[in-house]
Design a protein around this ligand. Sequence first.
Ligand code: PEP
Ligand code: MN
Length: 343
Amino acid sequence: MIIILKENPDKKQLENLTDWLKTMGLDIHYSQGTSTTIMGLIGDTSVVDTDLINALDIVENVKRITEPYKNANRKFHPFDTVVEVPLPDGGSVKIGGGNFQIIAGPCSVESEDQVCTIAMEVKEAGAGLCRGGAFKPRTSPYAFQGMREQGINLLLEAKKRSGLPVVTEVMDISHLPFFENVDVIQVGARNMQNFELLKELGHIGKPVLLKRGLSSTLRELLMSAEYVMAGGNRNVILCERGIRTFETATRNTLDLSAIPLLKEKTHLPVIVDPSHATGSAALVLPMSMAATAAGADGLMIEVHNDPEHALCDGAQSITPATFRDLVKSVKSIQPLAYKGGKP
Ligand code: PEP
Ligand code: MN
C-alpha cells in the first residue's frame, strides 16, 4: 500500500499517522520527490482501513499495490534509483537515472597480464566498470572453473592499476569473505533464485548485479530483487542476458522488450548483456545499439585481448579495438534512446 501525502504535510499529523501505522506492525519506507512524499507500507496491510487514511487532512491519495514486489515497485518509489559505486577519491560511478554505464572485461580472469591489459584497454575506451569471472558457473564439471580466490585477487590488481571498480560473480554464500574488496557483486543467471544467497546479499553494503534466470519471467526477476531489497540493500541493478527459447541460432534470445517493461514496473536500473544473450561476437554491437535505443541504463560486454584462446566464452568476446568502436556507436544512439514515453 502507498500513501501519497499532500505538499508540506503538518508534522504533528504525520507523526501521529506514522506511529499509528507502526502499531499495526507495518514498516514504512519514504520516497521524497520535489513536491510529493510517498509513504510505502510493508507488511500485512489487510488490516489497514484505506477510507480512514484517505480522510486525513495530510493525505492526497491511498493505493493498494497488488504486485507482490513492493520495494522494487515503481509505484512505491516513482523516481529512478541511481546505484552509486564508491571510488577511492570520494566520487562514485553512478548507474541509472540517466547515468549510462558500460561494464566490460573478460568472461574469466585468466592471468594478471590478461585481466590488467583488458582493464586498461576498456577504461581507455570508456568503460565505467571492469568485469571478470573468478568463480565460474560452467555447465560441464570438466570445463575451466575459474581461478577462484586467486582470480579475485588478480581482478583487484586490475582495479588498482586501471582505477575501475570491479564486478564479479558470487556462486555461494561461503565464498563471500573473498568479495570484501569487490565493488559490485554479481548474481548469475543460474543463481537468480538462490534465495538464501539473495537474503545474505540483502545485508551487505554493496551493489548487487542481478542477472535474469535462463527461464525466468520478469516477475520472478523482480521477486528476486525484492529478496535483496527486503534485507535492506536497495542497490540492485537488473540485467537482461537472454532467455531460453526454441531458437538455436543464438546462444539465448535477447528479450529487448524486457527493458521498457522492467523500467515501467521498477525504479531499479536495467542493463543488458548482449554477449551471453547472443553467444556471438558479431552480434554484440547491433544488440548493444538496440538495447541502448530501447532505454537500457547500461551494458555488460565481454572483451578479450585474444578471443581465440580465451578459456571461456571466446566466441562471444570482442576485442578491445571492436569495443572502442562499440562505445562510439552506443554513445551516438544515447540522445535518441527511449525514455519511458517521457519527452
Ligand atoms: C557471466 O556474466 O559471467 C555469466 C556467467 O553470465 P550468466 O550468469 O548470465 O550466464
Ligand atoms: Mn561468459
